[in-house]
Every structure is written in structure tokens, then in C-alpha cells.
Design a protein around this ligand. Structure first.
Ligand SMILES: *Cc1c(COP(=O)(O)O)cnc(C)c1O
Ligand SMILES: [Zn+2]
Length: 412
């Protein structure tokens, strides 16, 4: 590939060819895609990107595929300048990256568009994944579009919205009676026996690159400027790690400034192994058994947890956790101030933002970006008991005046 050098082990730096492999044979470290930046710099410019499609594929020079992408239009989602929420928190430059506006309503469309394209390039006829829900939706949709068969493994107790949002595309959907970590372990065993493209196992090095596009878009939409602080939800830790890689690549290519950027991570209290290691000032992440309403973030043994921790520490950011109650408050606060209905992961990000502001770790003048990675309609269960039901009336003016106007005190 013209722009890609190959794969490299993140630990011992041994090099590997571009194949559907993901661990180093020597040290078991994870493999990562490396690029030829000297080549890319000749082909890429702000102007060319600006003329590209309004999707992740405007950054194709920095993605590890060369064929026509499997494209449902993932990416190039709005970066909204926050109004009432920013006022509420006392921030002057707060931005919300609204990734609920993706084809299957979460940021996972970015990684899956890249992974499924790569799987086709490798000649796979079947794609698969272990998922906490959003990945399942994205894989099922992209597989349908690509005419590939799909095997999708989810914990059986997922939210109804996430199950139906996969089932509608008619993949082979398997509900495993166990936690995500158990689903993932099972899938690693299956991946050893069957020649399937597991997007987040044997295709993981390519899959993960899709998350860089959130970093690219953030910079582009801020007028090619590097912000001061990012708040990113953490499940496996891949997203946080790759947003940083994306921004570093733009810095290497001279497309943005090299201003210091803090990256902070957000987890739910019921599943916060990375936060725990951060607070213990340790590099050892102790796996946990998740117990939280933020199911999309419920990975107790995060594959990239160490690298997320490293990214946070190296940038001088923070890792913070919030309770289920605070997550719900985060969801309602975001909805009622900014008009965005996020899923539980978005509630985690907003609640952690609030906590960091209160603790003085994010300052009034900081240009801060918060990632809203999934849509609220998929996790209705989380908030259905907290919202007011509609006022019930008869279809008469009398009933309206009697019940509605009286209750809001407008009957004159
Ligand atoms: C998967 C997911 C994340 C986190 O992704 P990782 O790369 O596993 O850390 C965040 N938000 C939502 C909504 C997700 O589905
Ligand atoms: Zn190695």
C-alpha cells in the first residue's frame, strides 16, 4: 500500500506485513498500523480534505485501505458549540462532538466502515464481532450493505433498542448468557477456528484506525486548531488512544499546531478499571465485573486500557468515574440544555465533564471538546422512569383547559 508501511508491535516494535493478524508472536503485544508520513505529506492538504466527501473518507490518505469503501456515510458529524450547558458549567469554549448523528447512531460506524472494507480487501466472506451493542448495530448494517454474512455476539441482557437495531439487518445474532468479557473470550476462541473477519479481534489493528477520524474532524471543525482538553468515554480504551493518534498525525503532517492537549477519560463507577489504576497511580489494570447502566462501556478487562491510561498520563489529563445516578443526570442535563439525547455513554462523558470542571481541572477559558458517542433512543430504559409522562386528556377543549392549562397555571 502506497501510504501504509505495515503493522508494528506496540511493545517490541517488531514489524509485520499487512495481514489479518493482531498480536505479536514474540511478546503478545498488540499490533498497530504504521504509515509513511513522508509520502502522505505530499498528497494531503487542508484544501484537498475540504473538497473530500462529508464522511470519514475525506481522510482516506490516513486510513489503511485502498479499495472502494463500504460506506454508509459514517463521520463528519456536527461539532456543536455548546450554549446553555457551557453557561451552566461556567465554560467559555465548550464543544460537543455529536456522534449520535452517524448511520447507526453511534461512533462505531467509523471503525466498522474501515474494518468491513478491510475484511473485503482480505477476501473474507463473513464478518463477525463481540459487542456491547453499538458495534453489533454497525457491523450488521455494514455487512448488509457489503453483502457479507455476519455473525454477531452480544451479551444476552443488552438493551432492547440495541438488540432490535442489530436484528433488523438479519445477521446471525447470538445472545450469550454472560458478560461482554465472556463474549469476547468466546469470540477469540471462535476466531481461532473459523476464517471469519472479527472486526474487533483479528481485524482490530485496522478497525481501531477508524477512531482517528474523530480526532481529525475535531481539529478540522475547530479551524485546524488543537483544543486544550478532550473528554472521551472509555470502554476498551481504543477510542481515546486513537483520537490522540489522529491528532498527532495531523501535527506530524503540519495540518494543525502543536499546542498542548490534555485528554481525559470517562468511565462508569460500576466498570472503572482504568480510572482505578489512574487513581492508584499504577500501570496495572485490575479487571472488574461490570455492574452499570452504561452497558456500551461495560468492558471489565479493557484490551487497550493500558494505552488509554498512558495517553491520559502523557498528556496531563485525568480519569474520572461517575455513578449510575450521575449518568442519568448527565443525560438529562445534556438533553435539557443542548437538545441532544445521548445514550448512557454520553451521560458518562457529560457527568465526568461536570466533575472535572467542579474540581478545577477544566478551566473557564479552556477550549474543551466532549464526545457524545451514541444515541439515547437505544437506551431508553435508562431514563424512562425519570421523565414526566404526558398529561392525559379527553379530546375536548374543556378537558384541555381543565387539565393542562390549570396544571401549568395559565388559565386566566
Ligand atoms: C464502544 C463505545 C465507546 C468506547 O469505545 P472503546 O474504543 O472500546 O473505548 C464509547 N461510546 C460508545 C457509545 C460506544 O459504543
Ligand atoms: Zn512484540
Amino acid at each position: 500500500m502506497a501510504n501504509v508501511k505495515g503493522l508494528v508491535c506496540r511493545e517490541c516494535k517488531r514489524e509485520y506485513p499487512l495481514e489479518p493478524i493482531y498480536v505479536c508472536e514474540f511478546c503478545f503485544g498488540p499490533l498497530e498500523v504504521v504509515y509513511k508520513y513522508a509520502e502522505i505529506t505530499k498528497k494531503i492538504s487542508r484544501k484537498k480534505i475540504d473538497k473530500g466527501p462529508p464522511s470519514i473518507w475525506r481522510y482516506k490518505e490516513l486510513l489503511p485501505v485502498e479499495t472502494e469503501p463500504v460506506d454508509l456515510g459514517a463521520g463528519f458529524t456536527p461539532l456543536l458549540k455548546a450554549g446553555p450547558l457551557a453557561e451552566d458549567l461556567g465554560l467559555k469554549h465548550l464543544y460537543l462532538k455529536n456522534d449520535t448523528a452517524n448511520p447507526t447512531y453511534s461512533f462505531k460506524d467509523r471503525v466498522v466502515s474501515v474494518a468491513v472494507t478491510k475484511a473485503k480487501e482480505f477476501g473474507f466472506e463473513t464478518v463477525a464481532c463481540a459487542s456491547t451493542g453499538n458495534l453489533a448495530n454497525a457491523v450488521a448494517a455494514h455487512a448488509a450493505r457489503a453483502k457479507l454474512s455476519a455473525h454477531i455476539f452480544i451479551p444476552a441482557n443488552l438493551e432492547k433498542g440495541k438488540i432490535i437495531s442489530s436484528a433488523i439487518y438479519a445477521p446471525n445474532l447470538v445472545g450469550v448468557e454472560g458478560s461482554y468479557d465472556e463474549v469476547n473470550r468466546l469470540c477469540s476462541e471462535i476466531a481461532n477456528e473459523f476464517r471469519w473477519a472479527f472486526v474487533n479481534i483479528n481485524i482490530r489493528p485496522y478497525y481501531a484506525e477508524g477512531s482517528k477520524t474523530l480526532g481529525f474532524e475535531t481539529i478540522e471543525q475547530l479551524g485546524w486548531k488543537t483544543p486544550d482538553h478532550l473528554v472521551v468515554p472509555v470502554a476498551s480504551g481504543s477510542l481515546l488512544t486513537k483520537i490522540r493518534k489522529g491528532i498527532q498525525e495531523l501535527q506530524i503532517l503540519g495540518l494543525t499546531d502543536k499546542a498542548a492537549l490534555k485528554i481525559s477519560g470517562a468511565q462508569a463507577k460500576g466498570c472503572a478499571p482504568v480510572v482505578d489504576a489512574f487513581k492508584r497511580k499504577s500501570w496495572n489494570i485490575h479487571p472488574v465485573k461490570p455492574q452499570t447502566i452504561a452497558k456500551s462501556l461495560a468492558i471489565g478487562n479493557p484490551a487497550d486500557g493500558y494505552y488509554a491510561l498512558k495517553a491520559v498520563r502523557e498528556t496531563g489529563g485525568y480519569l474520572e468515574e461517575v455513578s449510575d445516578e450521575e449518568i442519568i443526570e448527565g443525560i438529562t442535563l445534556l438533553a435539557q440544555t443542548e437538545g441532544i439525547f445521548a445514550e448512557t455513554a454520553g451521560g458518562v462523558s457529560v457527568a465526568v465533564l461536570k466533575k472535572l470542571v467542579k474540581a478545577g481541572k477544566i478551566k473557564r477559558d479552556d477550549v474543551t471538546v466532549v464526545y457524545i458517542t451514541g444515541a439515547g433512543l437505544k437506551t431508553i430504559e435508562a431514563v424512562e422512569d425519570t421523565v414526566e409522562p404526558p398529561t392525559l386528556i379527553k379530546p375536548t377543549l374543556e378537558s384541555f383547559k381543565g387539565k393542562v392549562l390549570k396544571s401549568v397555571g395559565q388559565l386566566s
